[in-house]
Design a protein around this ligand. Structure first.
Ligand code: 8YV
Length: 322
């Protein structure tokens, strides 16, 4: 490219992590609210060669056509469902993401949501804060056990496997999994996990945790039919993407009492949350924070920066999207 390379950092991110970018490009940083609309992103990105984005910025064909100099899009997320990969490939735009660095932190949070849902941590805390705790009783917030129960994991990638390890080795759980591809036998042995088709997994599991990447094929993978296949009193946890679950059907399954509890970190219209979910009982809701520990968010940003620096210097990306 002629003249200096230019990079947009589309979010307020750790300034010290961004700093090395300045050695290879002119860096435009943006306050968090500056790119609230696709039009604002398009304007800021129009003359750039590189983009540092998060899961909130949508990269589609129309945007790419407005950014003819763009060489590389680096997202600090593992999920890439916000990026039109085919449109990037057609235009020769390299796409990198941030796998591995968030796996353990995200798996921790999957367990946090599972435990919080099964043991009604959110509702119990609200009850106490509301001054409703007048006496102890035997069945006060009596929930389901997590340890020793059967956990069904849908999506056995890096994060699913990290959850399986915690479940089998730390909580003595029986682990079932469903995945597009079966794992190698030695990996199944190591994880103590057994493959199931989705309907069998749903009906055999006390707790079901969703950790699959989003694709159009995963849209409402868990709907009314699948919820009905789950055990009475079962728990559903979603740390994947909101679109995987039919939220209205989930709210029904909680209201009817068929489902024991649920925990959601992701929502179809996030940051807007379906009012049916807000009104549903025994449901723990968090604002897409499964990867949000300080060290991990720094590591995600660092990897996104390292990828940008590599590509802008003409080197191969460290973690390209396959
Ligand atoms: C992000 C995520 O925090 O990496 C992912 O795919 O979902 C999270 O780690 C989220 O996308 C916000 O940018």
């Amino acid at each position: 490219a002629d003249g200096p390379l230019r990079v947009l950092v589309a979010r307020a991110v750790f300034p010290d992590v961004i700093e090395p970018l300045r050695a290879v490009a002119e860096v435009e940083t943006t306050p968090d609210d500056a790119i609230a609309t696709p039009e604002a992103l398009r304007q800021r990105l129009a003359d750039k060669h590189g983009a540092f984005i998060t899961g909130s910025e949508r990269i589609d064909a129309a945007l790419l056509d407005a950014c003819p100099q763009l060489l590389v899009v680096s997202t600090m997320t593992v999920g890439v469902d916000h990026i039109d990969l085919a449109a990037c490939a057609e235009r020769g735009v390299t796409v990198t993401h941030a796998p591995d660095v968030l796996t353990e932190t995200t798996a921790d949070f999957g367990f946090a949501l599972l435990l919080a849902a099964a043991r009604q941590v959110g509702e119990a805390e609200r009850y106490l804060r509301a001054g409703q705790w007048k006496k102890w009783s035997v069945d006060l917030f009596a929930g389901a056990d997590v340890h020793g129960a059967t956990l069904g994991i849908v999506g056995m990638g890096r994060i699913g496997q990290a959850i399986a390890r915690r479940a089998a080795h730390g909580f003595n759980m029986r682990v079932l999994y469903h995945n597009r591809k079966r794992l190698a036998a030695h990996l199944e042995d190591d994880l103590r996990a057994s493959y199931r088709e989705l309907p069998e997994l749903l009906c055999e599991s006390r707790h079901v945790l969703l950790a699959l990447p989003y694709s159009p094929a995963a849209y409402h993978l868990i709907g009314a039919t699948e919820l009905a296949q789950m055990q009475p009193g079962a728990t559903l946890v979603n740390i994947a993407r909101g679109g995987v679950v039919d939220e209205t059907a989930l709210a029904h399954a909680l209201h009817s009492g068929h489902l024991g509890a649920a925990g959601l970190d992701v929502f179809e219209g996030e940051p807007a949350v379906n009012p049916a979910l807000l009104a549903a009982p025994r449901l723990v809701l968090t604002p897409h924070i499964a990867s949000s520990s300080i060290p991990t968010r720094r590591a995600m940003a660092q990897l996104a920066v390292d990828n940008l620096v590599a590509v802008l210097q003409g080197q191969p990306p460290i973690t390209p999207v396959a």
